[in-house]
Design a protein around this ligand. Structure first.
Ligand SMILES: [Zn+2]
Length: 473
């Protein structure tokens, strides 16, 4: 059995459903953990799960703080995300009919009031501010009733805040990130007029002044945001009702560069860039900008919720080789920069369609098989880095993307499933290290680390190190 102190998740959306459900109450965060507009509210999975399996969507909550408590997920990088209009309007900005609305509600679980407001929105920034305020309402407030009475979450500003929260058995440490720079405003009505540059930079400055400054911003997301190109990301039933074409695959443009420089400016607190959702071209443009203006490997590069493309493997690539996933040179870049690679638990990304299909058809050793997909990611990262002479086990961590409109891998669908995942990962790690002749790694230090230590770094240590380093002292 795996032993560990805590689990860190560097990308999840615990407030996505509670905040959506708070629209009719003026964004009030109800202190009662039984209410839908509370981040501790836990759903029963059994019945709703069948819906998820039917449509490839999950309606039940996955990263609510009660599930996190049960799974000892005690360090969360919460991703604030104003729902993009592209989900609820056509490419021309017009509203969908009620049937599509119902579908989007099923996919997101945010409730009809949130969907109506998103359709009407012309600016995402007020929503971003409301989401931040939603968290602040119950910061440090003990849960008043139920199985987790007395527990609380603590919004962390400094490295010491994180340390104190982790040392307090009643606390969950929360740090913020933002998914999609559309949250600052651009992209909402780009087909009418370009977003005001000065206002955009002003808003970044404003967010930098938040008492709890976000750790990183995922620059791109699903739809064009006037800063550069995104990678195709939607499939299946959601893709049918949406249109990601505009801006897809484009480079990082001048406004995008300006936003990057403003976010990275250390003068008023650096906010790192998360390269997830960038087009291939955009990623390369960002690397070039870093090399030219900051010096190589000086700014940590974050992939908050990613999977590998395995592109260097010759035959039978078990990974999903698509633009949204990360190539070997991305992994090396991230590691050399001292960044993080959060592995996501999403069926649509974590392996090729054939591998997923084969897993579904095998009924025996289900948990071992599905955990094997996570292990394959961790192992690929390690072997690519080792091959380059780098530390193999300091870069990967968990970035589940739970509650982010995902189709999670079977058996590991909520935060309370993660300790079981840890057990199976340890089994895979031990088998890898115990194989005849030892693991196929070149660097002695990579070969000599005990599996339990590798697991601890993956579950929490790697994420904690970067978070502590980036937060103010
Ligand atoms: Zn995402």
């Amino acid at each position: 059995m795996a032993t560990f102190d805590f689990i860190a998740d560097i990308h999840c959306h615990p407030e996505m459903k509670p905040f959506g459900k708070s629209y009719p109450q003026g964004f009030r965060h109800d202190p009662d953990p039984r209410q839908p507009n509370n981040v501790w509210k836990r759903d029963r999975v059994d019945f709703l799960e069948s819906l998820g399996l039917l449509f490839g969507l999950t309606k039940f909550r996955q990263s609510d703080l009660s599930s996190g408590t049960l799974g000892r997920v005690r360090l969360l990088v919460v991703s604030l995300y104003p729902l993009e209009r592209g989900f609820v309007t056509g490419a021309n900005g017009r509203r969908h009919g009620p049937r599509i609305d119902a579908l989007v509600n099923l996919a997101t679980g945010v409730g009809p009031a949130c969907i109506d407001a998103t359709q009407a929105t012309r600016d995402y920034f007020p929503t971003l501010e409301q989401q931040y305020e939603f968290w602040r309402q119950l910061d440090g407030r003990p849960v008043p009733r139920g199985p987790h009475a007395g527990r609380h979450y603590r919004l962390c500003r400094t490295a010491q805040d994180v340390e104190q929260a982790l040392n307090d058995p009643q606390a969950t440490a929360v740090v913020f990130s933002i998914e999609g720079a559309h949250a600052f405003g651009p992209g909402a009505i780009f087909h009418e007029k370009p977003f005001d540059h000065a206002l955009l930079l002003e808003r970044i400055t404003k967010v930098k002044k938040w008492p709890h400054r976000p750790l990183f911003v995922t620059l791109m997301h699903h739809f064009y945001n006037e800063l550069g190109g995104h990678a195709p990301s939607l499939a299946g039933i959601v893709a049918l009702s949406t249109n990601q074409r505009h801006g897809r695959g484009e480079p990082l443009n001048d406004l995008g560069r300006e936003v990057v420089r403003r976010l990275l400016d250390p003068a008023d607190g650096r906010i790192l860039i998360d390269i997830k959702h960038m087009s291939r071209q955009c990623r390369d443009d960002y690397y070039r900008l870093l090399d030219q203006e900051y010096g190589p490997h000086t700014v940590p590069i974050v992939v908050s919720h990613g999977a590998v493309s395995g592109s260097a493997l010759v035959a039978n690539n078990p990974f999903l080789n698509e633009e949204i996933n990360f190539d070997d040179d991305d992994l090396i870049r991230v590691a050399r920069s001292g960044g993080l690679f959060g592995i996501q638990l999403d069926q649509r990304r974590i392996a090729s369609a054939e591998v997923i299909r084969a897993n579904k058809n095998q009924l025996d050793r289900g948990r071992w098989r599905w955990a094997g997909l996570v292990w394959a990611q961790l192992r690929h990262v390690a072997e690519v880095l080792d091959h380059d002479g780098l530390p193999a086990w300091n870069t990967a961590c968990l970035g589940t993307d739970f509650d982010g409109i995902v189709n999670p891998i079977r058996r590991f669908q909520t935060h309370d499933d993660l300790p079981r995942l840890a057990d199976f990962l340890l089994e895979h790690l031990e088998a890898y290290f115990n194989q005849r002749g030892g693991p196929p790694l070149q660097v002695a230090a990579n070969r000599e680390l005990p599996p339990q230590e590798i697991l601890n770094r993956f579950l929490g240590g790697n994420a904690l190190a970067l978070i502590q380093q980036q937060l103010v002292a």
